[in-house]
Every structure is written in C-alpha cells, then in structure tokens.
Design a protein around this ligand. Structure first.
Ligand code: SF4
Ligand code: SF4
Length: 100
C-alpha cells in the first residue's frame, strides 16, 4: 500500500505534505516538477499528508477515484524515470483533463 498524489497538486505544490511527512518520502524538483510525488517504497501509510493537503490531492492507493487511477503509476514512475513522469503530467494538462 502507499499514498498517491493526484492532479489537484499540479501547479499548487505548496509542499504542506512535505513538511509533515515523518519519513521524508515526498519529493519535488522545484525547477522541473509541476507536482510532488510519493515514493511508494518509502511511504509508511501514516495518512498525515492526506489531512495536510489543502486541495485534497492525496489518496490512499485503494481509495483513488477511477479518474485519477493513473496517478498510482505516475507517482511510482517518477522514481524510475522522472522525465517520463513529467511527460505524463504535461500530457494530462494539455488534454485538459480535470481529475481529482
Ligand atoms: S502517508 Fe505518511 S509516510 Fe506516506 S507520504 Fe504521506 S505522510 Fe509520508
Ligand atoms: S500538500 Fe497537496 S497541493 Fe501541497 S504539495 Fe502536497 S500534494 Fe501538492
């Protein structure tokens, strides 16, 4: 299990979640990224970040809405291929898809 950040974070990125995560497993490159990403192998499923997010962008993986399901893969992808994850986010934004 892991927590997942979905599209509501895009271009908000206030980093409230990073401030509260007890294991520092939420990452962003401020020069390159339009959202934060949770490292699924480091997340301890404490749920603290979910409550801290002002826009409701963070979900337990099993609670992800169907329309946001691809963000489970995108969060994990970021830790294997950052450019590929960024490209997925850009594609979602250019498609104008509105998901939670
Ligand atoms: S659920 Fe807990 S450990 Fe996982 S990203 Fe959120 S704050 Fe960090
Ligand atoms: S608290 Fe929410 S909006 Fe802010 S950086 Fe984290 S996921 Fe993004």
């Amino acid at each position: 299990m892991t927590f997942v950040i979905a599209s509501a974070c895009i271009d908000v990125i206030d980093q409230s979640c990073i401030e509260v995560c007890p294991v520092d497993c939420i990452y962003i490159d401020e020069d390159e990224d339009r959202m934060c990403y949770i490292e699924p192998d480091e997340c301890i499923d404490c749920a603290v970040c979910e409550a801290a997010c002002p826009v409701g962008a963070i979900f337990r993986d099993e609670d992800l809405p169907n329309e946001a399901s691809e963000f489970l893969e995108i969060n994990a992808l970021y830790f294997k291929d950052k450019d590929a994850a960024r490209a997925r986010v850009e594609q979602i934004m250019s498609d104008g898809v509105s998901v939670t």
